[in-house]
Design a protein around this ligand. Structure first.
Ligand code: TXA
Ligand code: MG
Length: 318
């Protein structure tokens, strides 16, 4: 079957209320017709995702936003114009037509237009917006290859579209427009600096009474092996009798080479590092280590999203 035939089949499955894993530029998604509550319920079930955690709805055309939300503030329009299709999700007040299960009962909707030809063709051919979380069991690392999806959800999904490795590698940046000041709910594939260069200052610590992105739960994106974000001599010494793997941005000094090690980017490029992050953690996770020690990453550009995911992966959920 050609890719187009596969996408066509996937669209038929979506139209009939099935669920399909598909590539986006960020991570693989597990999609269902956003207007079909039963299909969306199956996505929650397969992921074992709590129903209080809302989904992102994916569109193939910026004009579709108008049909799904009440109003689009001018700053949101500017971001759409600049970053769509791309790794940016915006949160706006929703129209009544979106089933409650999609938004977990919230009056708001998270929307994005992905920048991946397979995703865009799938949405167009399905003739509906596609509600899709990342295609991983809840709380685990997001998949960045079709293989990752097959390993974890394999026979529970109706079809997996294989578009190769996801180029961005971390999930979309989420910006909410519910308050006067735009709020960053999740750092991701578009950097905060890039967003602020278009709309000015964006808040980064949502107030307590606002629902934040529940993907911001402290323990999230976690592998089985404990991750420690401490790269001091003392900590390396403390763990010297343990079976330790290293996750580093670039190559460290010679004395550390003997350990299992994943280098995120030899040149220290944060974009490349983000692209490799989840696959690298997965490879270390498969080695049955006692511990993964990760080096802190500079929190500029995509480094912010990388550190966010590492902190959550390292969190004990307290
Ligand atoms: O890059 C991505 O965003 C990927 C691809 C597949 O598009 N999707 C993704 O979905 O990461 P998921 O479900 O793993 O993460 C979506 C996040 C969750 O943290 C969820 O709580 C938040 O978006 N979210 C969804 N709707 C929201 C809303 N109305 N208000 C605030 N947060 C929302
Ligand atoms: Mg996810």
């Amino acid at each position: 079957m050609t890719d187009n035939q596969k996408i066509h089949r996937a669209a038929e499955i979506i139209k009939k209320g099935g669920i399909v894993a598909f590539p986006t530029e960020t991570v693989y998604g597990l999609g269902a017709d956003a207007f079909n509550p039963l299909a969306v319920a199956r996505v929650f079930e397969v992921k074992k995702r709590p129903y209080f955690d809302p989904l992102i709805v994916h569109v193939a055309n910026p004009a579709d936003v108008k049909k799904l939300v009440k109003e689009t503030p001018s700053n949101a329009k500017k971001l759409i114009e600049r970053f769509w299709p791309g790794p940016l999700t915006i949160v706006l007040l929703k129209e009544e037509n979106i089933p409650d299960i999609v938004t977990a009962g919230l009056p708001t909707l998270a929307i994005r237009m992905p920048n991946h030809p397979m995703a865009l063709t799938l949405i167009k051919e399905s003739k509906c917006p596609i509600a899709a979380p990342s295609a991983n069991p809840f709380g685990y690392l997001s998949p960045t290859t079709a293989e990752h999806v097959r390993d974890q959800l394999g026979d529970q999904v109706d079809l997996i579209l294989d578009g190769g490795p996801c180029p961005v590698g971390v999930e979309s940046t989420i910006v909410s427009f519910l308050d006067k000041k735009p709020m960053l709910l999740r750092p991701g594939g578009v950097s905060l600096e890039e967003i602020e260069s278009v709309i000015g200052e964006v808040g980064t610590s949502p107030s307590e009474d606002r629902p934040t992105a529940p993907g911001m739960l402290p323990k999230h994106y976690a592998p089985r092996t404990p991750i420690v974000l401490d790269w001091s001599e003392k900590s390396l010494d403390l763990y010297k009798d343990k079976n330790v793997g290293l996750l580093v941005l670039r190559e460290p000094g010679n004395n550390l080479k003997f350990r299992p090690m994943e280098i995120l980017s030899k040149r220290g490029d944060l974009r490349e590092a983000a692209g490799n992050l989840f696959a690298a953690i997965r490879r270390l996770d498969e080695l049955n280590l006692d511990l993964i020690i990760a080096t802190p990453i500079p929190e500029i550009g995509l480094g912010r999203a990388i550190m966010d995911r590492l902190r959550r992966a390292a969190s004990k959920g307290e």
